[in-house]
Design a protein around this ligand. Structure first.
Ligand code: FES
Length: 107
């Protein structure tokens, strides 16, 4: 099962087993990672699952979709080139060991 590493703004790391096919938002919420809210349930309509993925890992991720791109303009913390919506990222062995950093604020 792939492991995803969520890093709080203060550097605290949460290593989560994310079942294949689960979104990184769902895996975070199910494991009590408080920095991810996921208020819309994963429909790319709330931006409360905003995370930062090191651009060096960007090649492991799917392309940014139009809905995700638009919603990333509504994040509570600044959007950067590393910004993604974790509900739009699906766990798989390709993402094993991925580090995602959590923003200061989600709302
Ligand atoms: S959970 Fe709402 S945009 Fe991701």
């Amino acid at each position: 099962m792939p492991k995803i590493i969520y890093v709080d703004p203060d550097g605290t790391r949460h290593v989560v087993d994310a079942p294949d096919g689960t979104s990184l938002m769902q895996a975070a919420v199910a494991n009590g990672v408080e920095g991810v809210l996921g208020e819309c349930g994963g429909s790319a309509m709330c931006a409360t699952c905003h995370v930062y993925v090191d651009p060096a890992d960007g090649g492991r991720l799917p392309e940014l979709g139009a809905d995700e791109d638009e919603m990333l303009d509504s994040t509570a913390s600044p959007r950067t080139t590393a910004s993604r919506l974790s509900c739009q990222l699906t766990a798989s062995e390709d993402l094993d060991g991925l580090v995602v950093r959590l923003p200061e604020e989600q709302i």
